[in-house]
Design a protein. Structure first.
Length: 91
């Protein structure tokens, strides 16, 4: 996907914010820990990075659930397959 630097940064910050929200509400992390986890999951990638933004191919909800519950979260926690309306409202 091709996007401007501003578009990339907007998307990056939105995904970080959503990931941190999930880590606070479902992962039990304190706000500072959740922010740090989001920065680790969504590092800034330079414009010339070959696969810049590849992490965006799935939602921050999915990445957070994988971190919290593991690869089988969709089987072991089917109630978490779809994010709640509070998560959707973050956009």
């Amino acid at each position: 996907m091709t996007w401007s630097e501003a578009e990339y940064l907007d998307y990056l910050h939105a995904e970080r914010r959503a990931y941190a929200w999930v880590m606070r509400h479902y992962g039990g992390l304190a706000p500072a820990e959740a922010t740090e986890a989001a920065l680790e999951c969504y590092p800034y990638e330079p414009e010339d990075h070959a696969y810049r933004g590849l992490v965006f191919h799935d939602t921050s909800w999915h990445w957070a659930m994988l971190t919290i519950h593991g690869d089988r979260y969709t089987v072991e926690h089917p109630e978490l397959v779809h994010p709640p309306s509070a998560y959707e409202a973050l956009e």
